[in-house]
Design a protein around this ligand. Sequence first.
Ligand SMILES: [Zn+2]
Ligand SMILES: [Zn+2]
Length: 294
Amino acid sequence: MPFEVEAVFPELAGTAREVTLLYPRAGQPGPGDSSIGGPLLWPADEPWPMCTEPDHYKPLGAPVWPKPVAMVPVVQLYARDVPGLVFPAGTDLLQILWCPLVHEDDQYAANPRLRWRSAALTAAGATAVEAPLPHTVEEDYLPRPCTLSPTQAVEYPNWDLPEGLGELLDERFEVLREERGYDYFEVATTQQSKVGGYPGWTQQPDWPECEGCGTRMEHLLSVTATEPGMGRWLPLDDRDPRQDGAATPSWKAEANPATFDAFGHDMCLGDLGGMYFFVCRTCPDTPYTHRYDC
Ligand SMILES: [Zn+2]
Ligand SMILES: [Zn+2]
């Protein structure tokens, strides 16, 4: 941080969270890589997940010759790439797939499936066959293949500022901006695809409770429609070489315009929103759910 957040805003003590920022960039990840929208390492003896939503059979709305829609790979994370992510015992590979069509009754999001696996066990029985392609897709929910540049950081709450605190601190955020040139939200919070930390909400938080135990679930990861083109955690490879590294403060780092086209997975997720995944770590089998905003 360019400043000690909790020294300036003691009210925020205890709200710092570790986060791994993913920085998806269009590329050609393989099944052995962490990715967004890339090929998954998949066991040959496990059927590919299909969406069982009745309306999602082909032809859409008229299931005469029922053909379900194949789910698409959204996230694959190997433990080695995200040391901050706690994997359930015996697993070190996380995969998320979803249906590439709209589910209006299910948070508008796409009926996601999470898989926690052992990479070694999966690799031993992995299929060389390519995943089935969905018969129809909604471009909003189909990520292009992206490599990741996982970057560890510490962040403070944005939408999740404790009740009333945002209003209380607003004036002091303004003073900070005027006196030191830092914007709290720019330097201490993030809104991008990430693991851990605070959900990348674009609207009011909507934390789910675990159906099993009733406690608030833990934010696992966020997949957001937009990725920042600047900021102090920007991967070095993306930085604008015309910026003088020594003279430019880190929080003002800008991306090389030549790299912009590769930024992000290209999903609008409705209207520049995000999909947020949550887990309960105390109930058996790590139950999960998701939230969506746009
Ligand atoms: Zn579906
Ligand atoms: Zn639970």
